[in-house]
Ligand binder design. Structure first.
Ligand code: 7PM
Length: 304
């Protein structure tokens, strides 16, 4: 594997934050990824400064709250979203990545499906690629390979604009797993190291409530694929449907799913509410450590 050599092209700084992300990915402590939505810049009455400044302050707050990764998205990948041009997406996310890289040591993730945005984002300071399209766009595999950073491969049925129109599966877990296996194989063939791959069932992306719940119950099987599993359920509409609550009323439901996801083997939680989720991680970690105690006790007993 010579991804280090190629990575010099687009990851020229050989960043400490990328190395820190890789170490964290191979540690057992679950990671909290804070969501940073970058709104379109307005050039009128100082709006451009305001949008960038608001994004930087939001990211700084999430870092202070204990986020392990900041995921920067230009909104084009949301369910129901209409396509955003590459030029518009670059104009939104690149200034934010540059500003954050200059201020923070925290690993930065770029949430995009476009090869050109991936390349520019990593050159500007991103340490990870988060692609809801699992590197299926033209040129995305080659760019990710050359970038030499970890990649999250997410399952999506259909395309963002139309995918919530009556999705049909025979066995949603088996079909999502088969898709992710195929994308992992494509990445390996393209030369991306297995250790740099993260998988994500893609909650809400072309799935109804029943299918989302079946996927969530199936999380242990995804973990057994041998790759880190990322779960993104924060404030999602599956919670809105269960609770009959608006997006800003879904914190408690999101935290319930965060704890359950960790219990089912999730390694990265992609969330809006970083401080609250960091507490969930600490509580679940304390419980998990207690679960290992009997074995440690037994070993001590055997040694004696
Ligand atoms: C509206 C609806 C706005 C949904 C935003 C969203 C995921 C992701 C998103 C995920 C990974 C959101 C989503 N969701 N990337 N990007 N996994 N890897 O809730 O579940 O943020 S966009």
């Amino acid at each position: 594997m010579n991804s280090a050599g190629n990575s010099e092209v687009s990851n020229p700084h050989g960043r400490a934050s990328t190395a820190r992300l890789r170490r964290a990915l191979h540690d057992t402590r679950p990671l909290v990824m804070g969501i940073l939505n970058v709104t379109p810049d307005s050039f009128s009455d100082g709006g451009r400064y305001t949008a960038l400044d608001a994004a930087v302050r939001h990211a700084e707050q999430m870092a202070a709250e204990g986020a392990d990764i900041i995921d920067i998205g230009g909104e084009s990948t949301r369910p129901g979203a209409t396509a955003v041009s590459e030029a518009d997406e670059l104009a939104r996310v690149i200034p934010v990545i540059e500003a954050l890289r200059a201020r923070l040591d925290i690993p930065l993730s770029i949430d995009t499906s476009k090869a050109g945005v991936m390349r520019a984002a990593v050159a500007a300071g991103a340490d990870m690629i988060n692609d809801v399209n699992a590197l299926r766009a033209d040129g995305a595999l080659a760019v990710a390979r050359a970038a030499g950073v970890p990649v999250c491969l997410m399952h999506m049925r259909g395309e963002p604009r139309t995918m919530q129109e009556a999705p049909v599966y025979t066995d949603v877990c088996a079909e999502v797993m088969a898709f992710l296996q195929e994308r992992v194989a494509a990445c390996r063939e393209a030369g991306i190291p297995q250790a740099d791959l993260i998988i994500d069932p893609g909650f809400g992306f072309g799935k109804n409530l029943e299918q989302n719940l079946a996927l969530f119950r199936g999380l242990p099987a995804f973990s057994r694929m041998g790759l880190a599993v990322l779960v993104g359920v924060s404030r999602k509409s599956m919670l809105g449907t269960i609770l009959d609550r608006t997006a800003d009323e879904r914190l408690y439901g999101s935290l319930a799913l965060a704890a359950l996801a960790l219990e089912k083997g999730a390694r990265i939680l992609r969330v809006h509410d970083v401080a609250a989720t960091v507490d969930v991680v600490k509580v679940c970690q304390a419980l998990a450590a207690g679960r290992r105690a009997p074995q440690e006790n037994r070993e001590q007993h055997n040694d004696a």
